[in-house]
Design a protein around this ligand. Structure first.
Ligand code: RB5
Length: 152
């Protein structure tokens, strides 16, 4: 599975730690930056990572977005058609994000999570599959909301 990762200036240290962790597991990860502490606007990076996920040749591609809290990244990512981004701060939610919500992006807070917990969260997210079934119907409704086709 191809993993695209990006952060704003607040997330570069955690981002590198996660990249090292993923590479140590022989997972394919692409760093989309940023890699300096120069202040930047998180929506710009969120859109770049989301577009990489959507345009990837790997249908199972996913994204990891990191900013100070993960909040801004998750808000921005969820405005992109085709992206289901989950702001996760615990391992159970990380698993549920994939199993029930089929999240193709997770957002993490570099200023709210310790690095070890953040890596555990990433591992929990990556190690499970979407359960489909009744969850597929619900995810379809999510897709209809963004396409203005939703009806109860
Ligand atoms: C940057 O200072 C900070 O606002 C950003 O990293 C993020 O936490 C926004 O949600």
């Amino acid at each position: 599975m191809k993993i695209y990762i990006g952060s704003d200036h607040g997330g570069i240290e955690l981002k590198q730690d996660i990249i090292d962790f993923l590479e140590s597991k022989n997972l394919q990860v692409e760093n989309l930056g940023v890699d300096t502490t120069d202040s930047m606007d998180y929506p710009d990076k969120a859109i770049e990572v989301c577009e990489a996920v959507l345009n990837s040749e790997d249908q199972d591609a996913c994204g990891i977005l990191i900013c100070g809290t993960g909040i801004g990244m998750s808000i921005a990512a969820n405005k992109v058609n085709g992206i289901r981004a989950a702001l996760v701060a615990d391992c159970f939610s990380a698993r549920m994000a994939k199993q029930h919500n089929n999240a193709n992006v997770i957002a993490l807070g570099a200023r709210t999570l310790g690095n070890e917990l953040a890596k555990e969260i990433v591992a929990n997210y990556l190690n499970v599959e979407f359960e489909a079934g009744r969850h597929a119907r619900r995810v379809d409704k999510l897709n209809k909301i963004i396409n203005n086709q939703y009806s109860c």
